[in-house]
Write a protein that binds this ligand. Structure first.
Ligand code: 5AD
Length: 330
């Protein structure tokens, strides 16, 4: 099976004459390595408060045009119970980098949710080795932390006051602690090159990431990137397909950003290498307020209704919803 070089990946990204073949190959490799089952991960966006300054993100601390919220631990646990009752086997807890959720508070939430017999993923940003270790001991199974871009100059431009090295460190700490580790990048950031996207994919391979989320950048009007061009759906899809071909048995979500940029984008992604969907199971009032980018495709239905409608969609493309926890390679 192909193990592409930087030059080869860049050439594939550049050339649009063989996209259909690329997507078909990624779909075949998906089927051979992880089968036809789709894993549904119930996503709880429990706080949109964030001290970071990422230039592309609507949750950035400088954005005053957003109504902030923070769910109480008991309410987070209620959301999780609701999702488990609707059939979810994985809960993903995601938030801005909100220091209210101390190590001890997080550990309490984690152990309560783990009592529900689910796999638990965290996506709460950069924390100390000590915190990551405590979360793991409390029962967390997986952790998502996108590198966003491996181009260190672009990283610096996009993340004032943040440190690329620390992000790398966090990723290697998560791996060392035994988390299933998720990474990924944004496609279409201003001044991003195809070469740097190729390097992102090679980095995923080097890290031996267990999950990769790739989504197009969508310009948010309340950020410094207002008025810049959105990322390209097809380019994001190609980066995802190459990632599938190179990392084979990992879990790859059809991202919400893909669905937001293109109607049916998520279904197209599922047919081009993806095998995971992360439906929003946060209480309805909060879903809209977690506005990382504008127009985010969020469900209007309640948790159970939405899951049922997704199941129908999944069946209609000849796939089925997994009943397992969906660890890597399962
Ligand atoms: N467009 C698309 N994706 C975004 N993210 C943050 N801001 C945007 C945006 N404007 C992604 C980042 C982050 C994930 C939770 O959301 O990659 O890791």
């Amino acid at each position: 099976m192909p193990m592409f070089t930087k030059k080869e990946i860049t050439d594939i990204l550049k050339d649009n004459t063989q996209n259909t073949e690329l997507f078909r190959l990624a779909d075949r490799i998906r089927q051979e390595n992880v089968g036809d089952e789709i894993h549904l991960r119930g996503l709880i966006e429990f706080s949109n408060i964030c001290h970071c300054t990422c230039k592309y993100c609507g949750l950035r601390v400088a954005n005053k045009n957003i109504e902030r919220y923070r769910l109480a631990p008991d309410d987070i646990i209620l959301c999780a119970k609701n999702a488990v009752n609707a059939g979810y086997k994985t809960i993903v807890l995601q938030s801005g980098e909100d220091i209210f959720y101390s190590k001890d508070i997080m550990c309490k939430i984690i152990s309560e949710i783990k009592n529900l017999d689910v796999a638990l993923t965290l996506s709460i940003g950069e924390r100390s080795f000590k915190d990551y270790k405590a979360f793991k001991a409390a029962g967390a199974d997986r952790y998502l932390l996108r590198i966003e871009t491996t181009d260190t100059n672009l990283y610096k431009k996009m993340h004032p006051n943040m440190d690329f090295k620390n992000r790398l460190n966090c990723l290697y700490n998560l791996k060392e602690l035994g988390y299933e580790t998720g990474c990924g990048s944004l496609i279409g950031l201003p001044d991003q090159t195809l070469e740097s996207i190729a390097c992102d994919i090679l980095f995923f391979k080097e890290l031996n990431a267990d999950m990769i989320g790739i989504g197009p950048f969508i310009a948010h009007p309340d950020t410094p990137l207002i008025g810049t061009k959105n990322g390209d759906f097809t380019l994001a899809l190609k980066a995802m397909a190459i990632t599938r071909i190179m990392l084979k048995n990992i879990n790859i979500p059809a991202t919400t950003a893909m669905e937001t940029l293109k109607p049916n984008g998520r279904t197209i992604a599922l047919q081009s290498g993806a095998n995971v969907i992360m439906p929003n199971v946060t209480t309805k009032e909060c879903r809209k307020k977690y506005e990382i980018y504008p127009g985010k495709a969020t469900p209007d239905e309640d948790v159970r209704e939405y899951r049922n409608s997704l199941e129908e969609k999944i069946k209609s493309i000849g796939r089925m919803v997994s009943k397992g926890h969906g660890f890597r390679g399962q």
